[in-house]
Design a protein around this ligand. Structure first.
Ligand SMILES: NC(=O)c1ccc[n+]([C@@H]2O[C@H](COP(=O)([O-])OP(=O)(O)OC[C@H]3O[C@@H](n4cnc5c(N)ncnc54)[C@H](OP(=O)(O)O)[C@@H]3O)[C@@H](O)[C@H]2O)c1
Length: 312
């Protein structure tokens, strides 16, 4: 198949592009050519590169047309963040495409009533990112019904892998938290540490996209969570990390206010986003319809990421 991947050199693309090439697909990757994949792989030699700036072209309403000119059979869109961007893809590719795979996020759920979240649950997103992603998903799935545009939406959790830092047990990207746990130093955790994070290994996300391609009929018109088997509590995650380093976690549970004042403004803001979303999703639907079986548990995925980085 002729597959165009938009944004293919990041977390997901690093694992997805080699899988597509190895699967015999003819792959074109669109990026600005500013980043390189996290891991080397000879498969990258077979990629056709197209340098485009989507943000710029979206403004000129020219991006959809530029993708259409590549005559793809399948488009995997990893960097669509607004319904306006999605609309451009639909109008340029309608009646020309066999499958459009759109990357969403588990944060489309927003405030949940039941856990774990299921794909069919009512969306109550909050924050610009979640709201725009949920609106893009709603728009695209309506296009399947109204204009038979062949869409599948995939919702990853917090993507982890070797080459970048995972969301840590206090919901932000500060590496020092891992060092403190490794050294047995005190770590402050807001509330009782019972909020949840739902990670997924980037290679499992890539596998999810591949499963959507091979199960096209069942996948069109559907959304799928692409996650590890189970979410983790902040406390459980912190304890497991300390244990890897031969320590007993030295945790102190504090109010959100105390926690917030103990970290930088940026870390507090990232932690807050993860705290209020407190992601936990079911992968039952992906398992049933796509035969999706993640290789890595949340902890195994994080461990891979930590073994890449040096925690002092
Ligand atoms: N990261 C997470 O934990 C997470 C969780 C849930 C969902 N998601 C979803 O995953 C998707 C992102 O995937 P990712 O994490 O693999 O991405 P990523 O690591 O941020 O990589 C972004 C890719 O897009 C390219 N790119 C960025 N801006 C561009 C532009 N203006 N024009 C053309 N190419 C551009 C980048 O290459 P250049 O910089 O060279 O252009 C790179 O290839 C998003 O839809 C996001 O909502 C991510």
């Amino acid at each position: 198949m002729k597959v165009v991947v938009i944004g293919g050199t990041g977390h997901i693309g690093t694992f997805l592009i080699p899988r597509l090439i190895e699967g015999g697909h003819q792959v074109t990757v669109i990026t600005r050519r500013q980043r390189t994949p996290y891991l080397p792989n000879t498969a990258w030699q077979d990629v056709q590169w197209v340098t485009l700036d989507r943000v710029q072209l979206d403004k000129d309403k020219a991006f959809g047309q530029a993708v259409s000119e590549l005559s793809p059979q399948v488009v995997i869109d990893l960097i669509c963040f607004t319904p306006e961007s999605a609309r451009q893809m639909v109008s340029a590719l309608q009646d020309r495409l066999e499958h459009y795979l759109h990357c969403g996020t588990i944060w489309v759920h927003g405030f949940r009533v039941e856990v774990p979240s299921e794909e069919g649950h009512l969306r109550r997103p909050f924050g610009e990112y979640g709201i725009q992603k949920a609106a893009s998903e709603a728009y695209l799935l309506k296009e399947v019904d109204q204009h038979r545009f062949p869409v599948t939406v995939l919702h990853p959790g917090h993507i982890v892998g070797p080459g970048w830092d995972p969301i840590n047990p206090v919901g932000n990207l500060n590496r020092e938290v891992f060092s403190r746990l490794a050294n047995g130093d005190e770590v402050l955790i807001p509330n009782l540490g019972l909020e949840t994070l739902h990670h997924v290994h980037a290679d499992d996300v890539a596998a999810g996209f591949m499963q959507v391609l091979t199960n096209r009929e069942q996948a069109i018109g559907e959304s799928f969570h692409i996650l590890s088997e189970k979410a983790m509590t902040w406390r459980g995650y912190a304890e497991a990390v300390a244990e890897w380093y031969g320590q007993k976690a030295n945790l102190r549970f504090v109010s959100w206010e105390e926690f917030r004042h103990s970290v930088s403004e940026k870390d507090a803001s990232v932690s807050w986003d993860h705290l209020v979303h407190s992601s936990s999703g079911s992968i039952e639907k992906a398992r049933r319809l796509l035969n999706y079986h993640p290789q890595y548990s949340s902890l195994e995925a994080i461990q891979q990421s930590l073994s890449w980085s040096t925690v002092p």
